[in-house]
Design a protein around this ligand. Structure first.
Ligand SMILES: *[C@@H]1O[C@H](CO)[C@@H](O)[C@H](O)[C@H]1NC(C)=O
Ligand SMILES: *[C@@H]1O[C@H](CO)[C@@H](O)[C@H](O)[C@H]1NC(C)=O
Ligand SMILES: *[C@@H]1O[C@H](CO)[C@@H](O)[C@H](O)[C@H]1NC(C)=O
Ligand SMILES: *[C@@H]1O[C@H](CO)[C@@H](O)[C@H](O)[C@H]1NC(C)=O
Length: 358
């Protein structure tokens, strides 16, 4: 017997209509979520913020969103997250503190991206007064930024906000500030350059316990380069390195995180220098390169994915150890590691006094 008789017939039709309504509804939901792929794993709050931001953008073309998920820079192919071989760990996070205007009306020569934690206030203050001084090198436009994640326990956020208001040199995203999240910190810096300062000639990523002779970096390394520098990446070159499986090592990495037995060439995270165009390329590569927590090794993977060859620097400019201080030696190097706040100041002041004696 047919079900379409008497009482059941209208029910069938209703079910069919319901089915159609649901099908249209879910297709619409799919299309909407497709275009907001970056918010996929983010908090629902963020997703709300983001759609609000795009609405605001339509109404006020000059509206700038505070969120870090500006995928507008990336081509549409990358908005497809479905077949992406990427870990959730490289998803972009949201800026809590940002400096969107730093490069507004200018294309600086050099952006300094300095990895630091909230507790290292003394390091930051020393760097501000010494090698990280934005006006330290006459005639050269330098932008200094400290990179931070968030801490859960201490309520230092207020202090950090005040510091940020005073110096305007802090950017912070909402990932936990841990050693194993340093890759996220570096990617935040790359994203910032790609989104807010893509015209910069060069950028350098370094750490707050590294002394950087910015004068030598600019005068000896960057200024003599040909003007159309692209795909330029240099630093203390590490090549042929193998993953360390000894759990006691600072650089331990599990087989699960990285199953291979050799890294691509990379530059030590204590200090690497690159042309501004590479920031966007590294961010782009990070969408498909599997996440590993060793930020410098990871950047090496991204460069390899983009076919960028690292340029070996002239001998002993970049040092991953602490170079014993002497003005003659420090006048001719770019980086030296394991430097205390006090040493940043003494070394810099001595170099200013002894600039012409060596
Ligand atoms: C994703 O990356 C991992 C590690 O690099 C690799 O083993 C795996 O084959 C990749 N999967 C796809 C679908 O490309
Ligand atoms: C930065 O350098 C300039 C030029 O040498 C100097 O006048 C200024 O006082 C320095 N800023 C800080 C904070 O030390
Ligand atoms: C990295 O940050 C994310 C986001 O805050 C957090 O969930 C994760 O636990 C952190 N990872 C490590 C190893 O601390
Ligand atoms: C980003 O990567 C895709 C391929 O994955 C490429 O087609 C596109 O040109 C890249 N964009 C940039 C800015 O490098």
């Amino acid at each position: 017997m047919s079900y379409c008789s008497g009482f059941f017939c209208p029910m069938q039709r209703t079910k069919r209509n319901l089915f159609l309504v649901f099908a249209i509804f879910f297709t619409a939901i799919y299309l909407i979520s497709y275009s907001y792929n970056s918010a996929r794993l983010a908090k629902s709050d963020d997703r709300h913020m983001e759609s609000e931001a795009s609405l605001l953008k339509k109404v006020f073309p000059n509206f700038k969103q505070i969120s870090g998920k500006e995928n507008g820079e990336l081509p549409p192919e990358n908005e497809k997250s479905e077949n992406k071989n990427t870990s959730t760990s490289t998803q972009s996070f949201t800026f809590i503190i940002n400096e969107e205007e730093k490069c507004k009306d200018k294309a600086p020569f050099l952006v300094l991206l300095i990895s630091t934690t909230a507790a290292e206030l003394q390091h930051r203050n020393a760097i501000r007064k010494t090698w990280g001084n934005e006006t330290a090198v006459p005639g050269v436009d330098i932008v200094r930024l400290f990179l931070l994640g968030i801490k859960t326990q201490d309520a230092n956020e207020d202090l950090l906000l005040r510091e940020s208001e005073q110096y305007h040199d802090i950017i912070q995203q909402d990932f936990l500030d841990t050693y194993n999240n340093l890759t996220l910190k570096t990617l935040m810096g790359m994203r910032w350059v790609a989104s807010y300062c893509s015209g910069t000639r060069f950028a350098m990523k370094t750490d707050s316990d590294v002394f950087v002779n910015t004068v030598h970096l600019i005068e000896k390394l960057l200024r003599p380069l040909p003007p159309s520098t692209q795909n330029y990446f240099t630093g203390c070159l590490m090549s042929g390195h193998r993953p360390i499986r000894n759990k006691a090592s600072k650089w331990y990495i599990s087989e699960e995180e990285f199953p291979g037995n050799r890294y691509h060439p990379f530059c030590s995270g204590t200090g690497y220098v690159f042309s501004g165009d590479l920031a966007a390329k590294i961010v782009n590569a990070s969408l498909t390169v599997k996440f590993i927590h060793l930020e410098d090794v990871y950047v090496g993977f991204c460069l390899n994915a983009k076919g960028v060859k690292i340029v070996p620097p002239p001998h002993s400019l970049f040092n991953i150890h602490k170079v014993p201080f002497s003005p003659c030696v420090y006048n001719k190097i770019i980086t030296s590691h394991h430097i205390s706040p006090h040493e940043h100041i003494i070394y810099w002041e001595t170099l200013q006094e002894k600039e012409n004696t060596c």
